[in-house]
Design a protein around this ligand. Structure first.
Ligand SMILES: [Zn+2]
Length: 480
């Protein structure tokens, strides 16, 4: 159900925003964690955090470029280290080379927590990189290589926290399940989606899941974290226009191609009505303080702002990703007609990448498209579509995430986020598991370009601190 809470953000502007405030304090005092809220992470646990950059470097060197994936190499990477730690695990291949791995720490009867990460990475073209994408080199305070941000870094932070929790030997209030999957970058059919269907026992008793999709950034002097609670829902469609075939030398009044063009034009000119769902409203309200004077009041009152077409056009021009959160959208991405220049085809095809607000019924939306196209000679076929779902931000885990972020980054702002793209989380929201995109890193805007781009890297500082934060979160969420 959509989150109805509107006041999810908190600020504590009087406090220092030094990212290393807490770890420095720990170092200076030579003590275990101190401060208002930190009391549980031990010196032994911090060894797991200190080892995180090196471990990430090793994982980056395991080439899991998708396609073809070869995630079984990643399974071997985790399996070796789980063996060393004495933690049992299971593995399954959805297809040759497409490995998946899971391991469960047993605890009490509270709803279990899943740590989900995908092992595959998108291809890297070395011609455009200034270093070897699979070297995993560590220099100048950074770990370099494909997956450094998306998402081997988070996978390692989860893994180290999982190992630290096991090593602590403490009794847990709930099970914790580490799941490393194949194929996220191609939609998850050989990874998370396959596991959800073929190995539902992995997720038995699970009430919560942490995955990619959230994280921190700095705006001016402030650190802002988003916790992704929902995402636009993809609905990929194929419009097939039908008509009489013929010779290019003899034009007809109407053909499959002219029909497809007319339908495409109608869709291209359609602006679906703006609508603000509660999670998006929370997000815009949270971001309002960081906008310039003209935009601040608009963001703070986004429900009214979207009624102004000039504002919507301005937003689409200046921030198309945020604009896309305020309405259903369809991008025309593919067109196919005849493969011979002098042949009029019987079919012409337009492909549409539609992204729906998470409360939109996909079938109703397809009916709307039929009305817009208004042509009995055009059929609309579904290529792919997910079901819409929102995870509530009103849960003990969300509140703990806020607390732990604020412990590490005093004064940080935490906002529920809505993603325009999709991750594997939708598979688990469908199962009724509260799923958050949660990242413990604060990534500079310049480095974000490395995600699916070139010269991907993450700072060692982020890896160590982010892993500490993950250990702290896990430790506290599993305490009796
Ligand atoms: Zn990813």
């Amino acid at each position: 159900m959509p989150d109805q809470q509107c006041q999810r953000t908190r600020r504590r502007p009087t406090q220092s925003n030094t990212p290393w405030a807490v770890p420095l304090k720990r170092a200076l005092l030579g003590l275990a964690w101190t401060g208002l809220t930190l009391a549980t992470t031990t010196a032994a646990a911090s060894e797991f955090a200190d080892a995180a950059p090196e471990r990430l470097s090793e994982f980056i060197q395991v080439n899991t470029e998708n396609p073809p994936g070869n995630e079984t190499r990643g399974v071997e990477f985790f399996a070796t280290r789980l063996d060393q730690a004495g933690i049992p695990y299971q593995t399954a291949e959805s297809a040759p080379g497409r490995g998946n791995l899971w391991a469960r720490l047993k605890g009490g009867s509270e709803p279990a927590l899943v740590l989900l990460n995908h092992m595959d990475v998108v291809p890297a073209d070395p011609r455009y990189w200034s270093f070897d994408p699979y070297s995993g080199e560590i220099r100048d305070g950074h770990v370099y290589g494909r997956g450094a941000l998306d998402m081997k870094s988070l996978g390692i932070a989860q893994f180290q926290a999982f190992l630290a929790l096991h090593a602590s030997g403490k009794r847990l209030n709930r099970d914790v399940i580490f799941v490393a999957t194949a194929d996220e970058e191609a939609g998850g059919a050989f990874g998370a989606g396959w596991l959800a269907t073929n190995h539902p026992e992995i997720f038995k008793g699970a009430g919560y899941l942490l995955n990619e999709g959230g994280g921190g950034t700095t705006i001016g002097d402030d650190t802002v974290f988003t916790v992704e609670v929902t995402q636009k829902v993809p609905l990929w469609l194929r419009l097939v226009a039908h008509g009489n075939p013929g010779h290019g030398s003899t034009p007809q009044v109407e053909t499959a191609v002219t029909r497809a063009l007319r339908a495409g034009n109608r869709l291209a000119e359609t602006r679906f009505p703006p609508r603000v769902i509660p999670a998006v409203q929370d997000m815009f309200e949270g971001m309002a303080p960081y906008q310039d004077d003209a935009m601040r009041t608009r963001y703070a009152d986004i429900v009214n702002a979207v009624q102004d077409p000039e504002f919507m056009t301005y937003l689409q021009l200046t921030n198309p990703a945020q604009h896309a959160l305020l309405r259903n959208t369809c991008s025309l991405t593919g067109m196919t007609g005849s493969n011979k220049i002098n042949v009029v085809p019987t079919e012409a095809i337009i492909e549409l990448d539609c992204r729906l607000l998470p409360d939109q019924d996909p079938d109703r939306f397809t009916e709307e498209l039929n009305v817009i196209v208004n042509d009995p000679n055009i059929t609309i076929e579904k290529i792919m579509g997910f079901t819409p779902a929102v995870s509530s931000a009103d849960t003990p885990l969300y509140r703990l995430i806020e607390t732990v972020y604020e412990s590490y980054f005093p004064g940080a702002v935490v906002v529920p986020g809505v993603a325009t793209g999709f991750t594997d989380s939708h598979f688990f929201r469908d199962l009724g598991i509260v799923s958050y995109g949660f990242g413990p890193f604060v990534v500079p805007a310049a480095d974000r370009r490395g995600v699916h781009g070139n010269d991907e890297r993450i700072s060692e500082e982020n890896m160590v601190r982010g892993t500490e934060l993950m250990i702290e979160l896990l430790n506290r969420f599993t305490s009796r």
